[in-house]
Design a binder for this molecule. Structure first.
Ligand code: COA
Length: 263
């Protein structure tokens, strides 16, 4: 059982909630291990078709626990590196989860908290949420989160936000592409997350996983003959798949596909 997070599965939606509000959900080695474990569980649980990352308390996540970071600095190089890899690996698991992921951001996200948001496919926050990549203020760098943050906001915004470490509003995060939607309050947040989860539950689970792989295979690549061939191979495979056949037949027969009926 977990002590730093809460997990539940509700009608196809798996929810992992960071639950260390007294530390603003900052993550240390214990929280990272629990998150990694819960991500694996949700990824393999056939009941889970959509994953929501949420938090309790005032902040979404205050990033890395600075007591833990300080402790890691006093370790030998090997142990220090092992700790850093554990965080990088947890973020990778979230970013590469084959199921669609939604960040439900109810308050500020700093440092690694921005990384968590960036790792999710879809991010929704309340208007008052604030964001900051504070690392350089602390003599650190946003290292393990950088691939995810840069993928979300692009190099140009990354340069400004990572170098200034300035605080930016939800509206700015929305403009940068870190957020997809802003809502007035927690009730609005739950409604918006629920609506997106419902939309995702209507979609074919296998196609969603394939679509995530497609995006990462194609993103940032030049339109080479290799990329074009890869996309042709993928649609060839998908339209001949059980799901593809079922989805097209259901549309033409004016009925719901079996992944909706069965749910
Ligand atoms: N690591 C460890 N402890 C943290 C933390 C973090 N990242 N963020 C907050 N805390 C702790 C504080 O040290 C404080 O502990 P204390 O009660 O023992 O004094 C407690 O959480 C409450 O924080 P406090 O600063 O008093 O609350 P606040 O509401 O005024 O501010 C934050 C909240 C999140 C804005 C502020 O704590 C903050 O800026 N934290 C650092 C965030 C950061 O830079 N993260 C990136 C790390 S790479």
């Amino acid at each position: 059982m977990y002590t730093n997070i809460l997990t539940e599965v509700d009608r196809g939606v798996g929810i992992i909630t960071l639950n260390r509000p007294e530390r603003h959900n900052a993550f240390d080695d214990a929280l990272i291990a629990e998150l990694s474990n819960a991500l694996d569980q949700m990824t393999t649980d056939p009941e889970v078709r959509v994953l929501v990352i949420s938090s309790t308390g005032k902040s979404f996540c205050a990033g890395a626990d600075l007591n833990w970071m300080k402790r890691a600095a006093s370790y030998g190089n090997e142990e220090n590196l092992r700790d850093a890899r554990a965080l990088a690996d947890m973020l990778r698991r979230l970013a590469q989860c084959p199921k669609p992921t939604i960040a439900r951001v109810q308050g500020p996200a700093y440092g690694g908290g921005v990384g968590l948001v960036a790792c999710c496919d879809i991010a929704i926050a309340t208007f008052d949420a604030q964001f900051s990549l504070t690392e350089v203020k602390l003599g650190l760098i946003p290292a393990v989160i950088s691939p995810h943050v840069i993928a979300a906001i692009g190099e140009r915004y990354a340069r400004r936000s990572m170098l200034t470490a300035e605080r930016f509003s939800a509206a700015e995060a929305y403009r940068m592409g870190l957020l997809h939607e802003m809502v007035a309050d927690i009730a609005g947040l739950d409604d918006a997350v629920g609506e997106i989860a419902d939309a995702l539950l209507n979609n074919a689970p296998g196609a969603l996983a394939e679509c995530k792989q497609l995006i990462s295979a194609v993103a940032w690549k030049p339109l080479s003959a290799e990329v074009i061939e890869d996309t042709a191979q993928r649609i060839t495979r998908l339209r001949a798949s059980d799901e593809g056949r079922e989805g097209m037949s259901a549309f033409l027969e004016k009925r719901k596909p079996n992944w909706i009926q069965n749910h």
